[in-house]
Design a protein around this ligand. Structure first.
Ligand SMILES: O=c1[nH]cnc2c1ncn2[C@@H]1O[C@H](CO)[C@@H](O)[C@H]1O
Length: 340
């Protein structure tokens, strides 16, 4: 008997690699995207919502213009108006308004400075946290949240509903830098740095949590040659991605001197699609919430019993990805987008 696709909610701050992950999810029969929730990070939340709607729906044009220009401007990205988009928090869990926005990685519009037309769709009335809580209640144990940005919405869901931790199936987190340098500064990875207090709440909440840090995603590189292959393919999503990739590629060339880009968000998405592409270890993660190492993720691997009670004692364990079959991840990503 065919297994039912896993229901996933993607919490996202699109974002070029978010766009990659969302389109990959839509091409993955193992999962069913039941909603997108938005958050600040790569862009502010308002723009994240607009970009999420742009990715799943159509742009605002008259039928006539759409028909005439369809092939030139590729108006329709996914045409999935059935997927609800719920807008998330505009501030951190501590009501902080000084947000770190990574537009220099993704372009001012978050999607490679393409300045797409406004999307036709509208977000639903529910907030991101309300939507996540509602779905977890509707399908206890069956929903996976794939969190691709700062963790504010997920922390709000935890605070809002005492049953959420029990009801949510799994939370896959793209975030953290486990025993390696961060990408905001030597201590912190961008998503955790975005809301360290929220991250600490989520990592210690007791749900089934899997963290995929940049120690893993930095092994997964889409090369310039891969990009050329996408350009040459007829895949609809491949063609779309090639349009938005330029800024992301040039940022990586400048910042890392790599001949390619890191596939952060698509890699994390694939934990929900095919967890066997990774190996994991278990331990307790705490997040530094102040000082010069704010946003640092520190995993206690339980190999030593400390004499004293520590801030890690009696906290629930989570899974952390430690290795990845990087060639298989890149191949799956390429194949599914070229065949779209
Ligand atoms: O150098 C960077 N600074 C800030 N954000 C980044 C950088 N590189 C990638 N990302 C974004 O943050 C997440 C991974 O940490 C990814 O979602 C990526 O889009």
């Amino acid at each position: 008997m065919a297994t039912e696709p896993k229901k996933i909610i993607i919490d996202t701050d699109p974002g070029v690699d978010d766009a990659m992950a969302i389109l990959l999810a839509l091409r993955s029969p193992e999962v069913e995207v039941i909603g997108l929730t938005t958050i600040y990070g790569n862009v502010y939340t308002t723009l994240a919502t607009r970009n999420a709607l742009h990715l799943v729906t159509k742009t605002r044009f008259s039928l006539f213009v759409s028909v005439v220009f369809y092939w030139f401007v590729n108006l329709e990205i996914a045409g999935r108006t059935d997927i609800p988009v719920a807008e998330g928090s505009h501030v951190t869990i501590t009501q902080g308004t000084k947000l770190r926005i990574a537009d220099f990685v993704h372009g001012a519009d978050g999607l490679g400075n393409q300045n797409f037309h406004p999307p036709k769709g509208k977000p639903i009335k529910q907030s991101a946290a309300d939507f996540i809580v509602e779905q977890a209640n509707l399908y206890p144990g069956k929903i996976t949240v794939v969190a691709l940005g700062p963790l504010t919405n997920i922390a709000l869901a935890i605070q809002q509903d005492p049953a959420f931790v029990k009801n949510i199936g799994q939370i896959v987190i793209l975030g953290g830098a486990f025993a390696v340098n961060g990408n905001v500064n030597p201590a912190a990875e961008a998503n955790i740095f975005g809301d360290p207090d929220a991250a600490d709440i989520v990592f210690t909440c007791g749900a089934d949590v899997v963290a995929v840090g940049i120690n893993v995603t930095h092994q997964v590189v889409m090369t310039d040659a891969d990009r050329d292959k996408l350009v040459c393919s007829n895949g609809k999503y491949a063609q779309y991605l090639c349009k938005i990739l330029e800024v992301y590629f040039s940022y990586h060339h400048d910042a890392y001197s790599t001949k390619g880009v890191y596939l952060h968000d698509p890699t994390a998405l694939l934990v929900a699609v095919n967890p066997s592409l990774f190996t994991y270890m278990e331990g307790v993660i705490r997040v530094q919430t102040s000082g010069i190492t704010r946003g640092l993720t520190l995993l206690y691997n339980k190999q030593k019993r400390f004499a004293e009670i520590t801030e890690w004692s009696d906290k629930p364990s989570v899974k952390v990805a430690v290795t990845v079959d990087a060639p298989a991840v890149v191949k799956l990503f390429m194949d599914r987008l070229m065949d779209s």
